[in-house]
Design a protein. Structure first.
Lengths: 300, 391, 349
């Protein structure tokens, strides 16, 4: 295996991982943009989508419709969470809302454990998606699920781009993200915009959850936590609340993680997560608006 | 140690129901045995089946007339995989419930948390599933293991690779996120190098990781390919590691410890699990020994599903071990029970025969090596190692 | 000012009573109840130390448990015996491996270590506000966890840190709780405390009238971290063995639930929150394993206790966002004036 092949392989790995991070981060950013809410429950909405898909495949549904139902289930979960837990405290201080989302996480996770136990379950992926491609005499490999992840990331994001630039509700979401009060003054139906934003973000979580579980091979109630933390980092690096920023942040984080494991000395590799979160803190301090909003000010 | 399995909680519910129904037919007071279990939290997939196995053993013992004329009663609390809760539960069992012995846990962390209290109260304690051979020396003479030590299973794994696979060079992949996997790797290295094997490289990951492609690309980039990979992994990751290895075109044999021993290995790994081997407590697949088969059937009848892993059998064996000791002690008194456990010799169990050498609280048990062939588990060898690393 | 001093006095009176309980309890009730009392007192120290930044200064840190973990490990390393160090931590630097500290100095050192860490971390981070400081401190918690897992020469890595002498007893914990309460009540109800609250209630106005926001936050953060480190040492000497994940998100969630339930701007509220959550958890833990009343058998529903706590938390957030006590203090009727004073302060918000 040549050095070049090694590098190409790691780039492929980075793009595949980055796509997953980007998908989670985009959903997180939509909610943050519109509501200024750091939604810890996003990871658990992913879990809802992934579990629904697994259960439906379990009763014999093919992968594609099961995945669509999973996304739908996530959207419904997001809708319910917003109505039941978040709406009553919409005007409460940041911290109250952050804590409420933590409590929602705690409930969903433990509900999942009560219903399904905390043991991991197999994610039955159809063989076609497990098939791997071998290039350059087997030195470079990737699988169809990698391809599907990257493809769905792009397709769904193009769809999202169309939605927020071409539809009234999408434009309303952007207006609300820019300035909620002004949007309200010009007659925007805030409830509608927020609920749509939540549904869209949760559907993204569902898609991300299914793809994450498909790549991981297992689902379990606490599966949402790691992607959520990573997505926080990705979203903040990119510029929290910015959709293009979340996309950029996701791919950068994927690349950074793979770079650390692939090219850094062995002593450094185990500190990967520490490096990633140190980067997060550095961004919050020195470039709080992330890469996309360099002028944002969030200090004292 | 690790985690795995399915439907444990539902099984627990059922188990609770039948446990309740068996007490009451006796005139004598029940003999209380504490069974703290991490039925929620990270350890749930091991402790859940273990508790089911233990309840099955209690039901069988009580149906056959109990011990010393009294029924056994298993006093169970959820210790939530949390050190603080474990210490509270321990005092509840010792102080409020007045148990005469305690059985519990599949991981060394939890045993270390309960150890000081059982030592102070002089209550005999058997851990069905924890495999760190250092536990008895760390915690005092009340603590017994019902399973073999990690040093033994790592040595068996190393000797299996050297002798049966003929693998003189290896590569080590370690999950550095848990005590069990780190310890297992350390023992493996000393046993493998003692046997003349050579490690071409080492790499790490952390429990919860889902993407091992970067580590795998590193293996492929090695100047000399190893003859096998020793992956010290927990249940969630191993299927995935195998899948990603095979997808990257690495078809080397992969060897590991009892962390592999869950249905997930075959479910997640699929065809990629072929040529994976692991050391564990009992072979529970097709063609298993009659004792295992009988246990398997009874477990299925009680919980509705086949044993999730060999921890179910270990929980069962630990209760039988405790009951046997109480019988030989002649009275439900902790000090006598403790001495009776230490004197156990040739007690047959589902997971092998238990004998404690004088002064050693880790039993001498044979280790099963199970391999995957054509998508099925098969017994590859059953052995005691020639060289065992110091605990 | 006189009124302010009465809170510490009331607290001290209550604690003398508690001290009688502390030495008397083990003779009257069983070990289990002593442990529950001890855990309530220990968690009170942790929640009080958390309330200083999160409640009184408005810097909602999710990284507090990082200081507790740092304190626990620091104390553990210091108080292992020399032989244990050789056996368990063979690669410990020479500086640390030739001595062993008794419980009290090890605990003080743990507190100091956490406080120094808080100065280093807090100096940059206390410039952030709102959810950004929450996310940044959460990042700190994760970094501490990664370092604890990887600095295996000091911590044994992911393997259990064990062998710490079981020195934590009820009198010790209540003693430390008294110290914590005295220091915190003096601080919170001092002019400096009012500055902290001004920073919390209106950061811009506070800096406009010349209050150094960074300084107020940093002082709260560092003092909070000191007691977190002390609490960590008490925890270490209570459990005897622990691993990096003992001090991670589960503990964070637990402490925050206690703080929020009790009331974020009240010292007595913090303690009430601890008592309520602790007792509720204990009761639920015994109920969830199933029970039989007459002919009805309720099967085990392990995990139900966590869900009940989660719902309770959300209900509190929606219907009583300031918790049980809000900004008020329980003063055992010893200082009515002080209570009024606090209520007036509460209205200023």
């Amino acid at each position: 295996m040549s050095q070049l092949e090694y590098i190409i392989q790691q780039i492929i790995n980075a793009v595949s991982l980055g796509s997953l991070y980007a998908l989670v981060a985009v959903g997180l950013s939509i909610v943050f943009g519109v509501l200024k809410l750091t939604n810890f429950a996003h990871g658990d909405v992913m879990m809802v989508g992934a579990f629904t898909t697994v259960l439906l495949i379990g009763i014999g549904m093919p992968f594609a419709p099961a995945m669509l139902c999973g996304i739908l289930a996530s959207a419904v979960a997001g809708f319910l969470i917003e109505r039941i837990a978040y709406r009553p405290i919409r005007n409460a201080p940041d911290v109250t809302r952050l804590l409420t989302s933590l409590a929602v996480t705690y409930i969903l996770e433990n509900l999942g454990i009560l219903l399904f136990t905390s043991s991991p379950r197999n994610f039955p992926l159809p063989d076609i998606l497990n098939t791997s491609w071998q290039l350059s005499g087997g030195a470079i490999t990737f699988t169809n699920i990698n391809v599907l992840t990257v493809a769905l990331t792009f397709v769904s994001l193009i769809g999202l781009g169309w939605f927020i630039t071409r539809t009234t509700i999408g434009l309303g979401m952007r207006a609300a993200a820019e300035d909620m009060q002004a949007a309200q003054l010009v007659g925007l139906n805030v409830n509608k915009v927020i609920i749509i934003a939540f549904i869209v973000a949760s559907a993204y979580a569902g898609l991300a959850g299914v793809l994450w579980a498909a790549q991981a091979g297992v689902v379990q109630p606490q599966m949402g936590f790691t992607p959520l933390l990573k997505a926080f980092v990705a979203a903040i690096i990119g510029g929290f609340g910015s959709i293009s920023g979340a996309l950029l942040g996701g791919y950068m984080l994927g690349a950074l993680e793979i770079f650390i494991v692939a090219f850094m000395p062995d002593v450094v590799v185990p500190y990967r997560d520490a490096i990633v979160f140190a980067l997060l803190i550095a961004f919050l301090l020195f470039r709080p608006g992330g890469l996309m909003q360099p002028n944002r000010e969030i200090k004292l | 140690m690790m985690k795995l399995s399915r439907r444990a909680a539902i099984g627990l519910g059922l188990g609770a129901a039948f446990a309740f129904s068996t007490v009451g037919a006796y005139a004598a007071d029940p003999i209380k045995i504490g069974f703290p279990a991490n039925v929620t939290g990270v350890q749930a997939s091991l402790d859940g089946p273990m508790l089911n196995g233990a309840k099955l053993a209690v039901a069988e013992i009580n149906a056959a007339g109990g011990v010393l004329g009294s029924p056994l009663e298993l006093v169970t609390y959820d210790s939530k995989s949390d050190a603080t809760v474990i210490s509270t539960v321990a005092s509840q069992l010792i102080d409020s419930d007045k148990v005469v012995g305690i059985i519990g846990f599949a991981d060394s962390d939890s045993v270390l948390s309960i150890g000081p209290q059982v030592d102070k109260a002089k209550i005999p304690f058997i851990t069905p599933g924890a495999t760190s051979p250092k536990l008895p020396s760390q915690l005092g003479d009340q603590v017994f293991l019902a399973a073999f030590g990690d040093n033994v299973q790592a040595a068996v794994g190393a000797e299996f690779a050297l002798n049966k696979l003929g693998a003189k060079t290896g590569y080590l992949l370690t999950d550095i996120g848990s005590e069990y996997t780190t310890l297992l790797s350390d023992y493996f290295v000393s046993a493998y190098e003692h046997g003349g094997g050579k490690l071409l490289g080492k790499d790490t990951y952390k429990i919860g990781d889902k993407n091992f492609t970067a580590q795998i690309a590193k293996i492929k980039a090695l100047p000399e390919q190893p003859a096998f990979i020793y992956a010290s992994s927990n249940a969630e990751e191993i299927g995935l590691i195998l899948k990603q290895l095979r997808q990257a075109g690495i078809n080397l044999p992969v060897v590991g410890g009892d962390g592999y021993d869950t249905p997930l290995l075959l479910e997640v790994g699929g065809a990629a699990a072929n040529d994976a081997y692991f050391t564990t407590h009992a072979f529970m697949g097709e063609g298993a020994s009659p004792a295992v088969q009988a246990f398997s059937d009874a477990y299925k009848k009680a919980t509705g599903n086949a044993p999730e892993n060999s921890f179910a059998a270990l929980g069962y064996d630990a209760v039988k071990l405790m009951a046997d000791a109480i019988k030989r002690a002649g009275a439900p008194e902790p000090a006598k029970i403790r001495d009776a456990i230490a004197a156990t010799s040739g007690l047959p169990g589902v997971t092998g025969t238990i004998t404690y050498r004088p002064g050693v609280a880790v039993p001498d048990k044979s280790v099963s090596v199970i391999g995957v062939k054509d998508g099925k588990l098969m017994l590859a060898s059953e052995a005691a190692p020639a060289f065992v690393p110091e605990p | 000012m006189k009124a302010d001093l009465r809170i510490p006095l009331a607290v001290a009176a209550a604690l003398i009573l508690a001290a009688v309980v502390a030495f008397g309890a083990p003779h009257v009730v069983g070990d289990y109840f002593v442990r529950i009392l001890l855990l309530i007192a220990l968690n009170s120290i942790l929640v009080l130390s958390l309330s200083l930044s999160n409640g009184f200064t408005g810097v909602f840190s999710l990284g507090h448990v990082g200081f507790i973990g740092a304190g626990a490990y620091a104390a553990g390393i210091l108080s292992l015996t020399v032989q244990q160090k050789k056996a368990l931590l063979p690669h410990l630097p020479d500086l640390l491996n030739w001595f062993s500290l008794p419980f009290l100095p090890a605990t003080l050192a743990a507190g100091l270590f956490a406080a120094i860490l808080a100065v280093i971390v807090g100096y940059p981070l206390m410039r952030l506000s709102g959810y950004f400081v929450s996310v940044a401190t959460m990042g700190f918690l994760i970094i501490v966890n990664v370092v604890l897992i990887n600095a295996s020469d000091f911590t044994r890595g992911a393997r259990t840190f064990t062998g710490v002498p079981l020195a934590t007893s009820l009198p010790w914990v209540l003693g430390w709780l008294a110290v914590t309460l005295l220091v915190l009540s003096r601080l919170v109800y001092s002019p400096f405390g009012r500055r902290m609250k001004a920073v919390r209630d209106d950061t811009i106005a506070a800096s406009a009238v010349g209050i150094s926001v960074l300084r107020a936050r940093l002082v709260a953060f560092v003092i909070g971290a000191f007691f977190a480190g002390v609490g960590g040492s008490l925890y270490a000497h209570y459990l005897g063995s622990f691993s990096p994940n003992t001090f991670y998100f589960a503990m964070t969630m637990n402490l925050i639930a206690m703080l929020v339930l009790g009331g974020m701007g009240s010292l007595s509220g913090a303690i009430i929150g601890v008592i309520c959550v602790s007792i509720l958890s204990e009761v639920l833990r015994s109920v969830e394993r199933g029970f039989t009343i007459g002919d009805i058998t309720v099967p085990a529903l392990f995990g139900a206790s966590q869900i009940v706590l989660g719902f309770l938390f959300i209900l509190i957030m929606i219907f009583r966002p300031k918790g049980i006590m809000g900004d008020r203090e329980l003063t055992f009727g010893l200082s009515g004036r002080s209570a009024n004073h606090n209520q007036k302060e509460g209205k200023d918000r």
